[in-house]
Design a protein around this ligand. Structure first.
Ligand code: G3I
Length: 346
């Protein structure tokens, strides 16, 4: 028996009330999946989570990680500033610990991320000569994706290269290398790890808008010209009660190009303090995101951006907001957890 299917023989989904509609408590069948990972597996999908290497010494955390999740994304430990802090000076210790854990637990690894304007060492950001920057990018991709060759199922090859009006982000890569840097990165990643699926990943692209239109046009062009791209990640850092209404339609139009689509960094924040009504709305919102993914055959995974509200990046960036994840600060289950398992078919 799959370890994700063990434990509870019957469980009750807590009632959640959103907009006056009660989510009816449901008794699960004796063999129903009761974890996120097991419930997602019933439709062949992965349910992942972002993890920092430092979290792996926390037994309570690891208990949830290994019973609930079937995928792992390193939250920060595969980023350029961590893996190549000085030119040619590679450090894989933290990311290796995460990959080893994932291997031990049979969890799918999403590599995050090879080319991104943020958490980028100063020596890269300072390069102004195109040949030098291209050489730095090529070496970084070859070494990092090469190091994890065969161990990373999906790579976020390029992250956040567009902004909300649909234009290119004004990063060092864009300024010095021009439009072709994205295509070049995908080709380099394919050469470094031919078996990894290669994704473009971005935020504010969950609904149909100018930002996602621009990404869609790029993906269509890549597919037409045979540039290696296999998947598109939609980060989904969302706000309780304010989901884009057309997530499913947006995922579907990307999937129609033949690529996989994935929800890669899901969290749904709220104004603090949390209360029963906000938590019920949040549960309904998680349910909506899961439903959008399940309705699109090529939507292959959902990843939440950390295990619990204790680890979430949100309060540090959005003052007064938080409570965005499926487990609370004490790592107790929130209403959104049961709603998500149920929406996945558990
Ligand atoms: O490593 C230093 C540590 O040495 C120092 O003591 C500490 C003091 O604040 O800072 C540590 O660095 C922090 C780093 O996370 C590692 O914990 C940075 O300050 C902090 O800014 C950084 O935040 C990360 C953020 O990306 C940076 O942009 C978040 O943890 C991480 O969740 C977040 O993840 C991004 C995705 O990669 C891309 N999409 C958006 C998402 C949320 O911003």
């Amino acid at each position: 028996m799959n370890r994700h299917r063990m434990a509870l023989t019957a469980a009750t989904v807590s009632a959640a009330v959103a907009g006056g509609i009660a989510l009816v408590a449901t008794a699960m069948a004796s063999d129903a999946a009761t974890s996120l990972g097991a419930a997602a597996a019933t439709s062949g999908r992965t349910f992942g989570v972002a993890v920092a290497a430092g979290n792996l010494t926390d037994q309570q955390y690891v208990g949830l990680l290994d019973t609930q999740f079937t995928g792992i994304t390193p939250e920060n430990d595969m980023k350029w500033e961590v893996t190549e802090p000085a030119p040619g000076d590679f450090d894989f210790a933290a990311a290796d610990a995460i990959v080893a854990h994932a291997k031990d637990q049979n969890q799918e690894v999403r590599g995050h991320t090879l080319v991104w304007h943020s958490q980028l060492p100063g020596y890269v950001a300072a390069l102004t000569d195109p040949a030098e920057l291209q050489a730095a990018v090529d070496r970084h991709i070859a070494e990092v994706a090469g190091h994890y060759r065969g161990q990373v199922a999906y790579w976020d090859v390029v992250n956040e290269a567009f902004v909300d009006d649909g234009s290119r982000r004004d990063s060092v890569f864009q300024q010095v290398l021009g439009d072709g840097y994205i295509e070049s990165a995908f080709r380099a990643a394919r050469a470094a790890d031919p078996d990894a699926k290669l994704c473009y990943n971005d935020f504010n692209t969950e609904g149909v808008n100018a930002h996602s239109d621009a990404v869609l046009a790029m993906v269509e062009d890549f597919v037409d010209r045979g540039v290696p791209i296999d998947c598109v990640g939609f980060q989904a850092h969302l706000i309780t009660g304010a989901l884009p209404p057309d997530i499913q339609a947006n995922l579907a139009r990307f999937a129609a190009l033949g690529v996989e689509v994935q929800i890669t960094e899901l969290d749904i924040r709220m104004q603090l303090p949390a209360d029963e009504a906000k938590l019920a709305q949040q549960a309904a919102d998680y349910r909506s995101v899961v439903a959008a993914c399940l309705a699109v055959e090529k939507c292959s995974s959902i990843t939440v951006w950390q295990v619990s509200d204790r680890e979430s990046w949100v309060p540090g960036v959005f003052a007064g907001q938080g409570a965005a994840l499926l487990f609370d600060e004490q790592r107790a289950e929130k209403p959104a957890l049961a709603a998500t398992v149920a929406a996945l078919g558990g």
